[in-house]
Write a protein that binds this ligand. Structure first.
Ligand code: ZN
Length: 243
């Protein structure tokens, strides 16, 4: 079983009735609901208001894939928790950052850039174009799919060039955006996926759910171990290797 923890700052849903109406059990609840129906996935959730933000070493050690949604409260996540998440990814834990988690501390600390972008909330429609149709994360998605309305995110998106770019978003207002970006950091895989503004029902869209489910399976670690920096002897000293 793939052990998934869905982390959500869970602020908008408690302060904005429109968002609460769309996600009555929170964005984390909506994501956990569709993931929990998968036979090979077990899900739990964590939020900012939980003790320790719901993130402890024990939680991370028993998490194969961490999904992160945050927006207005990135600064309320203590640095030491963000560094714990970063270090767990470097060991091999998978990380999926959704939408405005482009500015979350774990994502920025792993990528090392500002992760700034341009944005606008004007109910633009979006077409998400699959540019890597053979990739496991885009399996089951046609050439493109449409979202009737999303927050517009535009370039320049200040990220390192992705190891693999899987999706490009194109908005009715004209912008394009690198909407599905894959990275490897240490032993861990990171997937950034752009859709998911809180005031739209994006996480109920079948294609969005398919991509998140595929991403969980793809970033699930096959090897997890801290990469240390040991002083080592010559292998010839060990008696089993002769040139
Ligand atoms: Zn947003």
């Amino acid at each position: 079983m793939i052990r998934v923890t869905v982390w959500n700052e869970y602020v908008h849903e408690k302060t904005d009735k429109n968002v609460a109406d769309i996600y009555p059990s929170g964005i984390h609840g909506a994501i956990a609901e569709f993931l929990g129906k998968e036979e090979d996935i077990v899900v739990r959730t964590a939020t900012l208001d939980d003790e320790n933000c719901g993130i402890t070493k024990e939680v991370l050690d028993s998490t194969d894939v961490l999904i992160w949604w945050g927006h207005v409260a990135h600064h309320k996540v203590p640095d030491e928790i963000a560094y714990m998440v970063r270090d767990a990814v470097l060991e091999g834990m998978g990380l999926i950052c959704l939408h405005s988690a482009h500015h979350s501390k774990p994502f920025r600390y792993l990528l090392g850039t500002s992760c700034n972008l341009t944005w606008r909330e004007t109910n633009d429609g979006e077409i998400l174009w699959v540019i890597e149709p053979s990739h496991p994360i885009t399996r089951g998605i046609d050439r493109y799919f449409k979202l009737p309305a999303e927050e517009t995110y535009g370039e320049p998106f200040v990220i390192p060039t992705p190891d693999k770019l899987l999706l490009i978003g194109n908005y009715s207002g004209g912008e394009v955006f690198r909407s599905g970006c894959l990275y490897e950091r240490g032993n861990g895989k990171i997937f950034y996926f752009q859709p998911g503004h809180e005031s739209y029902p994006t996480f109920y869209v079948p294609e969005v759910q398919t991509i998140i489910k595929n991403a969980v399976r793809f970033v699930n670690p096959i090897y997890r171990e801290e990469i240390g920096c040991p002083h080592v002897r010559k292998i010839t000293d060990e008696g089993s290797y002769v040139i």
